[in-house]
Design a protein around this ligand. Structure first.
Ligand code: TTP
Ligand code: MG
Length: 360
């Protein structure tokens, strides 16, 4: 692995809550809390995301909904709408792919890009990162925070360094200094247990840990982990940015001009979206094996209907035909006006996966 890489890590700001703000402008400026209800009734369940206004009241991911309601009864509490977040995530990932061929989606709102070939040095990389942020803001309508560093380990910490809407560049020479004062648990891979054990040994910061000898670390944590901790404490990480196969999907969602259950309007919209999805597939020379129709009702309820094809397809007419059939079936079952509709394809195969097979 070359040691002169330039890696970018993008992490969307308060993602689920920001997606809701984009869809419902009336939420802007209010505390917004996204909840996963357990299904046991009432407020049983946990907070999944909160915007920065809600965080001022101490409301964060993971706390019980009932506690969040006590912290601020006037906040807006919304149930998770994964389809919406997934489709916005697709939009964001596609923007990133426009900047780099090497994109590794890490979670619904995070990705690494290897931009080594796109920027001659870290000053150019900073300009490119600013362009990425602008493109996401303009095309997706959301803010994100970006870290630029010589590897994934440091880029990920950097993206979290100045949230929200941040851009942090850590040049190779600055890595040690950047990491030194940070907590050991800021290193992705140092979990709570390891962090507690290190704290017991009097090691709190990454700088403290870098002073331990590799023998001490191996003695305490075993060989593999000890070696890794030593490397990580010095900001060394050789792991490559790799596209994760099988997790991808390409989708498009749009808001209808007005709420409607008019089949013709809905099918016309689906045909337009199918065309957009097809163009993305064609650019990347991918075949798909599943098609999904997505609908969001006037009450913001999301429904999806999917079909898996007998064999992979790569043509626009298959997307259109299957999406149309799914939409017709859906409207026959749920004859109520829709606010938004979408089309998604997934289960890809293509040149990339064939090449991977050929290598073995
Ligand atoms: P994060 O990126 O960890 O958080 P965030 O985007 O809400 O806020 P930040 O500005 O600090 O990046 O997670 C991304 C999404 O994943 C988040 O919006 C909701 C979801 N999530 C959960 O459902 N449960 C959790 O415990 C966490 C941490 C996140
Ligand atoms: Mg985030």
């Amino acid at each position: 692995m070359p040691d002169n890489r330039i890696i970018l890590h993008v992490d969307m700001d308060y993602f689920f809550a920001q997606c809701e703000e984009r869809e419902r402008t009336e939420l802007k400026g209010k505390p917004v809390v996204i909840c996963v209800y357990s299904g046991r009734g009432g407020d049983s369940g946990a907070v999944s995301a909160s915007n920065y206004e809600a965080r001022k009241f101490g409301i964060r991911a993971g706390i019980p909904i009932s506690r969040a309601k006590k912290m601020n009864p006037d906040a807006v509490f919304l149930p998770v709408n994964m389809e919406l977040y997934r489709s916005i995530s697709d939009e964001m990932m596609e923007i990133l792919r426009g900047f780099s061929d090497m994109v590794e989606q890490e979670s619904i709102d995070e990705a690494f890009c290897d931009i080594t070939g796109k920027a001659a040095d870290f000053d150019e990389a900073k300009k490119l990162a600013a362009k990425v942020k602008d493109a996401i803001r303009q095309n997706v309508g959301l803010t994100c925070s970006v870290g630029v560093a010589p590897n994934k380990l440091v880029a990920k910490i950097a993206s979290d360094f100045q949230k929200p809407d941040g851009l942090t560049v850590v040049k190779p020479k600055e890595v040690r200094q950047f990491l030194e004062p940070l907590k050991v648990t800021d290193l992705i891979g140092v979990g709570k247990k390891t962090g507690e054990r290190l704290n017991e040994l009097g090691i709190n910061t990454i700088g403290d840990m870098s002073k331990l000898s590799i023998e001490e670390l191996i003695h305490e944590f075993g060989h593999a982990k000890g070696v890794w901790l030593k490397q990580a404490s010095k900001g060394i990480d050789d792991s490559p940015v790799q596209e994760r196969e099988g997790t991808e999907q390409i989708g498009r969602i749009t808001t209808l001009k007005e709420d409607t259950k008019d089949l013709k309007v809905i099918l016309d919209t689906i045909n337009r979206l199918s065309g957009e999805v097809f163009r993305k597939l064609e650019e990347r020379k991918l075949s798909f094996k599943s098609v999904t129709f997505i609908s969001i009702s006037t009450e913001f309820k999301t429904h999806t209907k999917s079909r898996t094809l007998g064999a992979p397809a790569k043509d626009a007419s298959t997307i259109r035909r299957v999406a149309n059939e799914l939409a017709k079936d859906f409207l026959a079952e749920h004859p109520a006006p829709l606010r938004r509709v979408g089309v998604r394809v997934a289960n890809f195969s293509g040149e990339k996966s064939q090449m991977t097979l050929g290598e073995f």
